[in-house]
Design a protein around this ligand. Sequence first.
Ligand code: MG
Length: 397
Amino acid sequence: MITAIIVAGGTGERLGREGGKQLARVAGRPVLAHTLDAFITCDRVDAIVVVVHPERVDEYRREAVTLLGSAKIVAVVPGGDTRTASVGAGLEAVPAGSGIILVHDGARPLVTPDLVAAAIAELEREPEYAGVVVGHPSYDTLKTVAPDREVLSTPDRAAIWAAQTPQVFRADALREAYRRAEAEGWAGTDDASLVEHAGGRVRMCAGPRDNMKVTVPEDLPIVDRVLRARRGESFVDDIRVGMGYDVHAFAEGRPLVLGGVTIPHSKGLVGHSDADVLVHALIDAILGAMREGDIGKLFPDSDPAYAGISSIELLQRVAALMRERGFELLDADMVLILEHPKIAPHREAMRECVASALGADVTSVGVKATTTERLGFTGREEGVAAQAVVLLRGPGR
Ligand code: MG
């Protein structure tokens, strides 16, 4: 039987995030959920023990563990003050009969099932070794440096490897190493160093460089992008769609304003503002994509401030809100539904007026018109209807 201890006991202080770096969200899920997923998916692993921050056991269960609902997770235990104490707590929960125990950092979510299986297989192939550590040769030149930052020496890079996790051990060797470290009050920087200290032989298993540990805030976007790229997602994934629809009635003695352009006609549209039905549909589409309600919520027609106001001015305010919230307009298409007047001669002016209000390129704005073959209220020329759809890039979910 093979059991993995996932150590998620850190407070995430270096990350500046309350609740620990393991609960920071990347690619739609907590860091720890991605990590656990790799071990759940790896069929060489039979059982998983999760060690979490002692004051946050319930939070971790809720956020990451129950999310996965895997029967492989046999225990969620509170960790200790140090990493050694946390792994020690995890060891106590490892099911009897586990001949091989893996230890892995909860904050290394880029680990893959294949990497876990490869490390296990390497230990199984090498009977004289007590442990196998996943890592890679140092790609950077390393320096030993004095407290005043003077370089003291440059060790030969060929002999230096970066040690990551998973680290895979024969269960008796790991347990003995922990017993001995505890008895001697000896603290290593990783689990393998405890096994080495106890006289066990440990070898490196070459793994990929991207099996990184989330340690500082700038690690999160890197991990997020790698996870999304592995899923085949574009880096620009937060795409929102919005639709809008509006109707205004015709009346004598009103100007006809459509898409910000005043069009000569025998009648115009009735409304609290200038009744620009096309721009209203567009505003509703944008607000819909932003999940910000609708035009009536933002600019109530009971408010005298909006009496007779230019709808293009309202659109400018919506564009400002869009930028403020981190949204960007990628594309907009609109259709006017009316019998008369003909829209084609004014189409380019409308596109330019709307694009300018949005701060967008005119190629991102489409305007067209259709009739309803004289059917319905638009066919009877009682009013004008308009529809709009937009595509926005959001700030990331
Ligand atoms: Mg309206």
